[in-house]
Design a protein around this ligand. Structure first.
Ligand code: CA
Length: 227
């Protein structure tokens, strides 16, 4: 599969140039020209890597990096202007993996992208979980039922993957909430129940008689063990 690269750049000329060169190097590219559409494209496509211009019209590349890093370890290559040395430091501090200063050579860009992809690929990749008709792939954050892709939100995926990695183990609502939202956020018991209902509607053939996400009366939930 081709690595997919999200290119976030408001300068259309540079965006096209980057796209052309990365595609010539065997990558698939998605373009976004401002921060908001970049976030939307990121959530939708879950790219393998992000090339990110720091100077965007709405949200800064720094802020965007911060937002991506809250939940994802996708490699980020920042593009900075020569005049903004401070951005590099800040960018790396908030989690960018590397940067290129404009103007840059396209072969340098391709080399940096390849190096980052290699590094990310070399990291420990968790393997996919298969149970019944379900396939949960953490490296692509992708869920399929009988070969059919199911769209899940980040939160839904996290809960599903967390539980499916520990089949048979019973989790109380408190544990799940802590695991998913962290301890600094106050959410009610119903939030977990609602999340589980949403997940069941998406992954179960019959949400009223679930096969995967099981209720343990008086205790919480557990994920079915492979039979
Ligand atoms: Ca710009």
């Amino acid at each position: 599969m081709k690595p997919s690269i999200l290119v976030v750049e408001d300068d259309l000329r540079i965006a096209r140039l980057v796209k052309m060169n990365l595609e010539a190097a065997g990558c698939a590219c998605i373009l976004a020209h401002d921060g908001e559409s970049a976030i939307a494209a990121f959530e939708r496509q879950r790219p393998s890597l992000v090339v990110l211009d720091v100077g965007l019209p709405d949200v800064s590349g720094i802020e965007l990096t911060r937002r991506i890093r809250r939940e994802h370890d996708t490699p980020i290559l920042m593009l900075t202007a020569r005049s903004s040395e401070g951005d590099k430091v800040l960018g790396l501090e908030v989690g960018a993996d590397d940067y290129l200063t404009k103007p840059f050579g396209t072969s340098e860009l391709v080399a940096r992208v390849r190096a980052l992809l290699r590094r990310a690929g070399a990291g420990a990749r968790e393997s996919a979980i298969e149970i019944g008709e379900l396939r949960i792939d953490p490296s692509r954050r992708d869920v399929e039922r009988a070969g059919e892709r199911i769209g899940l939100t980040t939160l839904e995926f996290d809960v599903l993957h967390f539980m499916a990695s520990r089949p048979g183990q019973v989790f109380s609502r408190e544990t799940l909430m802590e695991r998913v939202w962290g301890t600094d956020r106050i959410v009610g018991d119903r939030s977990i129940d609602n999340l589980v209902s949403r997940l069941r509607r998406k992954i179960e053939t019959d949400p009223d008689a679930p096969r995967y996400l099981l209720t343990v009366w008086g205790a919480g939930y557990r994920f079915a063990e492979p039979s």
